[in-house]
Ligand binder design. Structure first.
Ligand code: MCN
Length: 777
């Protein structure tokens, strides 16, 4: 009997190439004769465009052409989609014609023979702006008399979720303790190593091929075809290597459509790759919520009622970010059994960069809110935050449970995760050390922060539930190819999809090639996001492999002139042998040499899965300088059955680092005029390895019944669990000094301000800066 390789630490097959010759990214491609597209971007947050003069730019060396919005009339404006939930009047023109609504919005393009000629020529384009008052913070957006970004829309409200009028006045009646606070889940930048890019070439047949770094070529094709006004089959998207995406490379942006338009207009290939500065201005940002949490319960630690009110900053043009509060609401009670809970949200537009999905997309925001609320409640009643959580977590369950918010949690053991995390962290010892430092008045105080979470992965809007396809083909030389509708960009699908097929078929991993991201080869697919890939795309690979054995069995029976039932599939042979007579056999390779051996399977799941976990963060905070040093993060992230622990751990490490960064470092900041103050890595406090310790991962696996692998998603778990744990740890370090809350990022300055304020006025909180993500509106 062969031993399954599933669950083993197979080393990433992708890495030798990345570590030797390197990846081939979109900007590495060299289409012969390609011209370079450069965007002229708005320098102001809100203005009417009165004139755009490209004449000086046209005179500059190497300039082939320059176009303004007026030239692009045949390119579709971007109306918000998302099922009609967003105000349809909030339309973006691919190049702004009339009004600019954020610094960085594309206004014109200059096309040059070489890259560097364009960098100089864009400065020669003269745009006349009639400045309009900007709306920079989301609270300003809903203030009476605020300038309205889209007059036709009537207000700055892009969407609402939940019924504000139905909020119950008596929700907290009978609670012994009620705590309420407004907290900020600040705006952050996804900042992938590879910035956005495109290369486009129209064929003599009128068909467009576009190379774009993306998270799902099929979705990118759909968005781009719509903007260009062409049929999907006139467009082929090819996905080169992608250097990170973190949710921000789904679909297509106006810039991608403009590059394709330029290639068509000039009749030659066109290319674009943005600078880091453009990326920080132009790629969608994430998070950007202002949350008011109210929590009530008994002094014994029982939480009886919880309310979450969300204000979502959508930026200037509503994208998926405007919709994400729906996910925040869906997950708002988290893993807790709260008798009465309600949530509402309003998404507004502001004169800032549009907000999109960022690792976790809506769920980290829900977790941050309820986890902060749990600590505020615990502090108010003077209880141990671990005890308050333990008391309120849903009991372990194996049959699906539907929450009051309509989420059907598939399986969970939230108390088990918390206990495992506390145990691995040595919680009692940590509290003891904390007590000692408090008693001795140590300058450097110890904080212990907790978070418990449940999140949703593998959700899908397709009729009939979430699904994904895979094709497995065995070749006459004994190798195999897998085509997948997923689209890895760091997650390691080549390794794991090969493991899954190899496990069924017996073909060695190094003889299996995994392909994705070419819409001519794989016309259907949901891409990679929402931690959907393994549970749907991986399950499809397993299913296709099993179905391939079924198909091959009847062919093997004819070839060997025996009944199919007499054949045994032997993975050691990668073929069939006759039961009781192993010398009579035929391999899949042999069968493939007489007839193509290929199966396409679509795996459909009954619903989304709900991974969960608990994190413990340990931080040391210097009470004189406000500086935080993150000492430990202990994480339990239960994603059901793990297929490759090495890759799953890599996902957890990366996610935890990103989540921690939000808690104490990263923030996109605007000044009062809407000028971005964090448009380079010198200003945006992008996390590096030196700011975090290595993380301690404890294991727990509660399989799901929703797919035969028993797997849930792991790609976003780290980000969801770590942020509130780190924030809570920093606040906990100062709790005995009267600090109750510090908004993220808990920078040394904010920590110091909180200490100063506590020193003068008892229990306090410190809120964020004025600005798009600020709490001081
Ligand atoms: N895996 C496993 N066992 C499980 C779950 C997952 O072995 N029970 C493995 C999978 O085989 C896969 C990896 O872990 O190799 C992640 O799988 P999954 O949880 O299905 O997530 P996706 O592959 O769909 O990845 C999406 C997720 C998201 S939504 C974001 S955002 C994100 C992330 O992954 N962006 C990333 N991780 C990233 N990693 C990198 N390097 N770069 C990004 O942009």
């Amino acid at each position: 009997m062969t031993v399954s390789i599933l669950g083993t630490r197979v080393i990433r097959t992708e890495d030798p190439r990345f570590l030797t010759t390197g990846g081939v990214y979109t900007d590495d491609l060299a289409l012969p004769g390609a011209c370079y597209v450069h965007f002229v971007r708005s320098a102001v947050a809100h203005a009417r465009i009165t004139a755009v003069d490209v004449s000086a730019a046209l005179e500059a060396p190497g300039v082939i052409a320059a176009f303004t919005g007026a030239d692009l009339a045949d390119l579709d404006d971007l109306a918000p989609s998302m099922g009609g939930m967003i105000n349809a009047q909030m339309i973006q023109q691919p190049l702004a014609r009339d009004v600019v609504r954020f610094v960085g919005e594309p206004v014109a393009v200059v096309v040059t023979e070489s890259r560097y000629q364009g960098e100089d020529a864009v400065d020669l384009v003269d745009v006349d702006y009639d400045l309009q008052p900007p709306v920079v913070s989301m609270t300003d957006a809903v203030t009476d008399g605020a300038p309205v970004l889209f007059p036709a829309a009537g207000s700055n409200v892009a969407a609402t979720f939940g019924d504000r009028a139905a909020l119950k006045a008596d929700l907290f009646d009978g609670c012994e303790v009620v705590v309420s606070r407004t907290i900020v889940n600040q705006r952050v930048a996804p900042a992938p190593m590879e910035t956005r890019a495109a290369q486009a070439q129209w064929g003599p047949d009128g068909r467009l091929t576009a190379w774009i770094p993306n998270q799902g070529a099929q979705g990118t094709r759909a968005s781009l075809a719509k903007m260009l006004g062409i049929d999907r089959d006139q467009l082929r998207i090819i996905t080169p290597d992608v250097g990170g995406a973190f949710g921000a490379k789904f679909g297509a942006d106006p810039e991608h459509a403009v590059v394709c338009w330029v290639a068509r207009r000039l009749g030659r290939p066109a290319r674009w790759a943005e600078t880091r500065n453009e990326n920080l201005l132009g790629m969608t940002h994430g998070r950007a919520q202002r949350q008011t949490v109210t929590i009530g319960g008994r002094r014994d630690g029982t939480v009886e009622a919880y309310r979450l009110e969300v204000l979502q900053d959508s930026g200037a043009y509503p994208r998926i970010g405007a919709f994400l509060p729906a996910l925040t609401i869906l997950m708002c009670p988290g893993p807790y059994a709260i008798g009465r809970a309600e949530a509402v949200a309003t998404s507004v537009v502001t004169n800032t960069t549009p907000v999109g999905a960022y690792r976790g997309a809506g769920r980290p925001e829900a977790t941050a809110a309820v986890e902060r609320a749990m600590d505020l409640f615990a502090a108010e009643i003077g209880a141990d935050p671990a005890e308050v959580r333990r008391k309120n977590l849903l009991p372990a369950f194996t049959d699906p449970q539907t929450t009051a918010f309509g989420a059907t949690y598939d399986s969970g053991d939230y108390g088990g995760a918390l206990a495992a995390a506390l145990d691995a962290a040595g919680y009692a010892d940590l509290r003891e050390e904390q007590a000692k430092r408090r008693a001795s008045g140590d300058v450097v105080q110890l904080g212990i922060g907790l978070s418990c979470y449940v999140e949703i992965t593998g959700a899908g809007g397709e009729a009939g539930g979430p699904q994904e396809n895979a094709t497995v083909e065995v070749h006459p030389d004994g190798s195999a190819t897998i085509l997948t509708g997923t689209s890895p960009h760091g997650q390691g699908h080549s390794t794991v999809w090969a493991m899954l097929a190899s496990d069924e078929l017996g073909i060695p991993i190094d003889k299996i090639t995994v392909k994705w991201g070419d819409t001519d080869l794989i016309p259907e697919g949901g891409g990679t996001g929402g931690s959907r890939s393994l549970q749907l795309g991986g399950a499809a690979v397993q299913q296709a492999s099993q179905e391939l054995i079924d198909v091959a069995r009847s062919r093997a029976a004819s070839a060997l002139e025996v009944s199919p039932a007499d054949l045994v599939y032997d993975t050691a042979l990668a073929g069939f042998a006759v039961a009781g007579d192993p010398d009579i056999s035929v391999s899949l390779a042999q069968l493939a040499s007489s007839e193509q051996l290929l199966v396409r399977a679509v795996f459909g799941a009954p619903g989304a899965t709900f991974p969960f976990g608990a994190h413990v963060a340990v931080a040391e905070v210097d009470t004189e300088t406000g500086k935080t040093v993150l000492r430990r993060i202990v994480a339990v992230d239960d994603a059901g059955t793990v297929i490759n622990p090495l890759l799953a751990e890599g996902q957890r490490h990366g996610g935890i680092a990103q989540g921690a960064a939000q808690a104490f470092l990263e923030e996109v900041v605007y000044d009062a005029d809407g000028n971005p103050l964090t448009s380079s890595f010198a200003d945006y406090a992008f996390l590096t390895a030196s700011e975090v310790p290595s993380f301690e991962l404890a294991e727990m696996a509660t399989p799901t019944s929703y797919n035969p692998l028993g797997a849930k998603g792991i790609g976003e778990a780290g980000t969801i669990g770590s942020t509130p744990a780190v924030q809570n740890a920093i606040i906990d370090a100062l709790a005995h000094l009267g600090v109750r809350h510090i908004d993220m990022p808990a920078t040394p300055q904010r920590v110091w301000e909180a200490l100063r304020a506590a020193g003068t006025s008892g229990a306090v909180g410190v809120s964020g800066t004025v600005g798009a993500s600020g709490a001081v509106g």
